[in-house]
Design a binder for this molecule. Sequence first.
Ligand SMILES: [Zn+2]
Length: 642
Amino acid sequence: MILHEDFKSCLRDIRSGAISPHITVSQFAEKNRKIKPPGHKVYEYFNFDNTPYLRWPCDLFSSFDSTRSLTVVKGARLGFTEGFILNVGTYNIVVNPCPQLFVSADQKLIDRFAKLKLKPVIHASGFDKYIRATSNNKKNKNKSSGDTAEMLEYGNGDYWVFSGANNPNNFRQIGFQVVFLDERATYRIIDAEGDVGRLAEGRQGDYGLYAKTASVSTPTITGGSFYEDFLAGSQHEWRVHCPLCGGMQYLEFAKFSDKDEKGNRELLQGLSFEHESYELRSEPMYKCKHCLQLFPNSELYNINLTGEWQTDKKYVTQEKSARITGLYSKFNTWDEIAKKFLQAKREGTPAATQSFKNLILGEFFEFKQKIIQIRTDLGEEKSGYHRSQVPPEVGIITCVADVQVDRIEVEIKGWGINKQSYSIEYLKFDGDTNESEVWNEYENFIFNKCVYAGLRPELFLIDSGDGNKTADIEDFCRRCNIRAQKESDNPEVMVIMPLKGQSPKQINNKPWGVRTNEGLQVFRINTYHYKKQIIDFLNRKKKDDEEIPFGFCNFPNDYPDEYYNQLKSEKYIESIDKNGYPVTKWEKLRDRNEALDLFVYNLALIDYLMSEMYIPVFEAVTNEPHNYNSIINHFINQRAVA
Ligand SMILES: [Zn+2]
């Protein structure tokens, strides 16, 4: 019998015992797998000295181990790709050939893994002979998406498929015994596909008890399938002995006592270091939770060597999970970790804290949902004036309108110093808004009737956001402006602008903007911004002996309950989207909310009038700097004299 050279070589491996169906993944790696350590020129055999915590995860994937899944929540730079995925993956090419799937967050990571990590290891370790030469480097073009999925073929028709999580078409029709879900927590939920991680696991149906899944990832926020898998698993953690007292513990970045009466708190366990103005001022030392003594980073190598994976769970199933913080990394010093902590503190944002916790420490970040609602006792304080009266504290009035099918709703607000608002009157012009009658009535109101205590609005706004009516409302505005120009014999005069709600990005960072459409100026409002401000203003209360709060809202004694119910009609929710990004949204608690909409328009209008009309005009005329309060005071004084 003539044997092929590669086959003879494989046979030699087996006879020498280097490769046996009975060896574990870690034994296989130490005997057969080559690695080029960073900075070294030559390949050497893999060893677990720097990453002893990787031996257990590897061995859970030996062919005879009954573990079904392993979910690892980890910090940065712990060597899992090199020391876990590559060891298990090559074991499944050489010792226990079986179909495998490697999924990572995107195609770039896949290419880097396949070309720069896996293939050099296969070559250096002499595993090329196990790869089926005919298919080597075969590219599986996915024509529909234009993406390229790489794959390796070996054994008796076995294969290793590499795919980005954004491209589940690569593995939809194929079965796998072993699935690696790398950077699992970062997979996006794809709308028609659902959870891509679950989709990949679903491809293991044919392998029953022999199927194994490894999800390895730095975490993101609490919630989601990666988090759930960690909680449902065994929750092992890598614990080490204190070099000073021998006490076993999981290394924590910092655990503090509760604050005492003076507001001081004590470090109970974790990295201890001094800092000033966000600069590190001493070498970080680890404080043992048992003996409270400090030991340096240089002890890490030794304490890792005798570390153990332990769990407090009484019963461990075939679903394993584990967590390991970046403090255990040989490739990431405590010095660097402390510096990154101070950097995140300097930035001071939730995003900076989150990314430090997630990426460096390997801890889930808990996002607390924030709900803001308007106080229930709104409207119960008496302001001492009645509808259509104008208190003496008011300097300017504004008027805005909202158009419904059967009516036009209008609110007039007065403005005092420190942006205090005074509701003056709320009107409804009933009538079919497809007919001209109600419009003529409203036009008459604008030109002749909207005068309160001698004050007239400088400019009116009317909502034209309803697509069916936009053109009609814009025509109405043109008609009114032409009439105002004729009556004043001034072609520049503008009495009314239509308005539309717009997303903040479309208005160049200001909460309002103006765009000209066929000769008509259209006002644009970031309603999110104003609703949030209004909820804040409405929740401010007058307190005895204290200055009236900025933005305080005054209402006449005889506004109906329905008005306040409409103001309370929405709540503001800060939460996270399905992919873990912060989002803010409004939730309607009841159908009608014209009162809140009209408040938004009035508040945006006073901002616009101040910044575009009053302040520039006053400064041009008086040649002195002006602001909101100085202008309001000017009008209040003028009223007093009159
Ligand atoms: Zn100790």
